[in-house]
Ligand binder design. Structure first.
Ligand code: TXA
Ligand code: MG
Length: 348
């Protein structure tokens, strides 16, 4: 199959390219598209066969459900029922935006979309291309991130091509996604509501609307005792294709430790790349094979660069050494991804 790449203006998407893509979806094809977080791999939510193909091309475990993307609040009732008030309050504050809510699944939604759970995950992306595509299809779009399973989520059309070229009908290339990290997933059906996946909408922000909201305790689950409350969690995720070692601790010792390890490992003729804060990058005098992730005083910038940097580095290096950040605000989301992706974590 030849994957068509449509270059699209992210602010004023060309309507004929959107229309063409919607036709592909209507016929049961798969189209990758940008959202404000990462690229999604979309199918018509109500086409069970197309949805099954998403799992196949991503090599995604069949028990890991997808997210349903809507373009307006009117569509909530097409896919969900018994929506709790707290969900509407969250929608009012954060839709469109990087927040995904778990809600009861309407019977019309093929169970494949949500891995046969009685619930769905729902979000309204804050990206013109995504919104226009959903509108042109006239129906919500089911989409996971458009990477091959376990790999780092794609933030450019090139990343999608790297993983899925020739296996999907089309990609809407709207350039790099602005936020660069997958949405926050919140289960509003449990008491108290739980953050299943931290993201750009932070625990601190959610607490203002749901004071009782709690974070899922990741240390409590292991593969063997896992119950399907939060399907995505049991899988390895967001993983570079080479080993990655994370360093945490007080500055500047953590930076010195990273440099020391880089030199030690390089002696064994291993190609070592370093991903570090802008502060560390400057402190160490911009050492070779090092990439600044941006200032760790502005973690939104770091989030927007993280996946891009990891995808670049895994092509060149045998090992990645990375500096961890504080688990505050967006830092919780970053550390969630980095912990899942790291082969080892060293506290300096
Ligand atoms: O930002 C994003 O969320 C991107 C863009 C494309 O929207 N999508 C994305 O999808 O990251 P995906 O499939 O990579 O992650 C969806 C997460 C998974 O961890 C999945 O287990 C969880 O949402 N999820 C989906 N449906 C669920 C459900 N019914 N109950 C609990 N968790 C669910
Ligand atoms: Mg994903």
């Amino acid at each position: 199959m030849n994957t068509i790449v449509y270059k699209v203006d992210p602010v004023y998407p060309e309507s004929e390219k959107i229309e063409q893509s919607a036709i592909i979806l209507k016929r049961g094809g798969l189209v990758a598209f940008p959202t404000e977080t990462v690229y999604g791999l979309g199918a018509d939510t109500f086409n069970a066969e197309a949805v099954r193909r998403i799992f196949k091309v991503k090599q995604r475990p069949i028990d890991n459900p997808l997210i349903i993307h809507i373009s307006s609040l009117q569509e909530v009732n097409k896919v969900a029922y018994d929506v709790p008030n707290i969900a509407f309050e969250l929608m009012e504050s954060f839709f469109p935006g990087p927040l995904t809510l778990i809600l009861p699944r309407k019977e019309l939604v093929p169970p494949e979309v949500s891995a046969f759970l009685p619930t769905i995950a729902l979000r309204m992306p804050a990206h013109r291309i995504a919104i226009e595509l959903i509108k042109a299809l006239g129906s919500p779009i089911a989409a996971p991130s458009a990477n091959r399973s376990t790999k780092v989520s794609p933030v450019t059309a090139e990343h999608v091509l790297d993983d899925l070229n020739g296996e999907i009908e089309a990609i809407l290339d709207g350039g790099k996604t602005p936020l660069g990290i997958d949405s926050t997933v919140v289960n509003v059906l449990s008491d108290p509501p739980v953050i299943l996946r931290p993201g750009f909408i932070t625990y601190e922000e959610l607490k203002e609307i749901i004071p009782g909201v709690v974070e899922f305790n990741y240390s409590q689950i292991s593969d063997s005792d896992f119950k399907p409350v939060a399907p995505g969690m049991k899988y390895r995720h967001y993983t570079p294709q080479v080993p990655m070692h994370m360093f945490l601790g007080e500055k500047p010792y953590v930076w010195e430790e990273i440099l020391k390890n880089k030199i030690l490992k390089s002696e064994k003729s291993v190609k070592v790349g370093v991903a570090i804060s802008k502060e560390g990058f400057i402190y160490l005098n911009q050492p070779p094979d090092s990439f600044s992730l941006g200032s760790y005083n502005d973690l939104t910038e770091v989030a927007s660069r993280l996946y891009l940097t990891l995808r670049e580095m895994e092509k060149v290096y045998d090992i990645i050494l990375i500096e961890g950040c504080e688990e505050k605000g967006v830092g919780r989301a970053l550390m969630n991804r980095l912990k899942k992706a790291s082969t080892s974590i060293k506290v300096v």
